[in-house]
Design a protein around this ligand. Sequence first.
Ligand code: GLA
Length: 303
Amino acid sequence: MIQKSDFDGYALYTLTSGELTVSVTELGATVTKLVFAGKTLSLGYETAAEYLAGRAYLGAIVGRYANRIGGGSFELGGRHYELTKNENGNTLHGADAFNTRRWQSAVEGESVVFTLFSPDGDEGFPGDLTARVRYSLADSALRIDFEGDAASDTLYAPTSHMYFNLDGSRDIRGHVLQLDAKGVLEVDGALIPTGRVLPAEGDFGYAAPRAIGHDLDHCFVLNGETACVISAGDLRLTVTTDYPAVQVYTGAFLGDAIGANRGFAVEPEFYPDSPHHADFPSTVLRAGEHYHKYAEYRFDTLN
Ligand code: GLA
């Protein structure tokens, strides 16, 4: 079931399936609220103005390129491109990017589809690009399909930046995480990958479920499509994706308004800074090639 309403002048769609209710607005194609079994499990703001001013990308679609690009520039097809830089001289998720735009929206069956035209030169990226994001619910899962088509070769690697808190605790580092990773990207002090993939062990070892225990803001390379399982209280979230990696972020920088560590984000994605590492999976989208990736967030109640 899908209901349409208004969110400060932006269309808001509320999708319901069984015990799961998800509200998503055409501002940033953002999930403003996710409720399961009567509990709000997502972090969100109350007003559109807060989403536009916020720097935490709460619930938003980030793009064109999720995560960091070192130096905020790259080469493609023998040309050099300078991007908008918004963190330590690097590019993170985009400054005034997909998350602040008004997307076109349409209900298609039991899905809501958001479409955004991103013109050649948008935040420095080449090529006209049409981005499409589909939200669908089935049973107790939210599925997001990320699509795109470019008029000329470009970079494309969007994701969803939802934050969750499964038990309402002040600090989600007590949540239990199980993550099926074959490695974790080594990063420098500005969180730019060095190019080395370290074994996911020690502080980064979550093959067996255990409390998160400390701050994470790291990109884990996945073994398969079941990326991770996170539980707290009587709830469990399972994230499945065909992206090659997930950034797990425990919300250290969420700030006073929301509260540090009040929520965690699992961002299914390509590796950060891929354009500078030939051995990382490519994030080049060629003209005429159709882009399609998905992420699914499944909720269960534990007995
Ligand atoms: C990503 C980054 C974090 C933080 C959030 C947004 O998860 O890795 O460092 O910047 O986005 O606030």
